[in-house]
Design a binder for this molecule. Sequence first.
Ligand code: UDX
Length: 462
Amino acid sequence: MTRTIATAPVVEHPRITVIGTGYLGATHAVCMTALGFDVLGVDVDAAKVAALSAGTVPFFEPGLPEKLREALDSGRLRFTTDFDEAARFGDVHFVCVGTPQAPGSNAADLRFVEAAFAELAARIDRRALLVGKSTVPIGTAARIADEVRTLSPAGDDLELAWNPEFLREGFAVEDTLHPDRLVFGVTSDWAEAQLRAAFRPILDRDTPLVVADLATAELVKVAANSFLATKISYINAMAEVCEATGADVTVLATALGYDDRIGARFLKPGLGFGGGCLPKDIRAFTHRAAELGVGQAVAFLEEVDAINIRRRIRTVDLVRELAGGSLAGVRVAALGAAFKPNSDDVRDAPALDVARMLYLEGASVTVYDPEATQNAHRVYPDLDFASSLGQAVASAEVVALLTEWDEFRSADPTTLGELVARRRIVDGRHALDADRYRAAGWEYRALGLPSGARQPQALPGG
Ligand code: UDX
């Protein structure tokens, strides 16, 4: 069924393609199928396409494997490497490829985005809507909108919109099916109407929709991630102050969080943020703002990044302090490699970075992560990896909790204590019950806590 908006027909039940089947794209393809659409997932990686077609999700994401199988069983989801097929199939094409940090620069690497739009546009010969979901520097969408019109046999009938995505790894399905809000960056009534049709089931549930121009839509995403990163670094900066004064950052965070204007979420102190989004997004934003002549407006993000990196260094300091001043030859159990629990993603993972720094200082490091070991091993083959928590802590002289998996939170300090050589633990995520550990004979240290602090500095002349 179609209706006409601004002289162009809107497809009310559009056929959807999703280009790029990583975390974002695979989840989007599966969820659009669950919402009732016919979907074609497209990727240049034949192995990924084969895995997804066979019902296997090539990364760890709770709930997604079940949803993928349901979607495949419905007969409305397929995957392909064939861009010709994608161009023929889709009324609305979502581009979900990655925009990693460019090698040797803070800028975003747009090669995959450029290639995906160009490959599609050159093949599309009828009215269709291209929708960018990838996180890109402000101004990219407007430039690509011009490029695709020039490249496509459809000319002006090929429009471009931007629809930023806010999904969190570990909650990808929930965040996609039940988003806090939808943001449409559009340049025509037709594009807005076509996007509304593609998100009808979500909009029908009264999900807030913000319709914006292309630049604002691009900015919403980086502004949101910058805010979240700033909030985390804010409390971690307070942890630094706590360490110098004997104050307790966990009590401070609790007290601040009760203020509705501040809120407790993303105010959890510890080892800081990592992953495939927050770190590279704030760097790319800083880079782009400087290009636009407004570098000063977001210069604070450099400090946000610096605070975040200092937490990793300070965690290594705590392990060294517990080990008696030197890490040389010290057996350390590093619990966690993923950038957060319920993920196997080790991109810019604080945990893995700390493990690497400990190793470089001469510690004998054994890493254990319930899901991320394979990915971590690929990045740092020199580290030792254990296949269980018990194996990791066996004979350890210091245990460092670096990612707050439930398996670590719920471990019994007495049982663990029987396995280690010395009961000494650094809780990099404030994930453990300090009193229980102390009662079981552990020396417990954490960032921003009095017992983890350097002695308060004596006042000059005091
Ligand atoms: C983030 C955004 O939340 C999401 O909206 C966006 O689409 C992609 O980037 P994600 O990378 O999956 O999602 O992780 P998130 O849950 O935001 O956590 C990011 C990092 O911050 C993790 O390393 C986490 O451990 C850390 N974090 C989070 C803290 O250190 N303290 C907190 O209070 C919250």
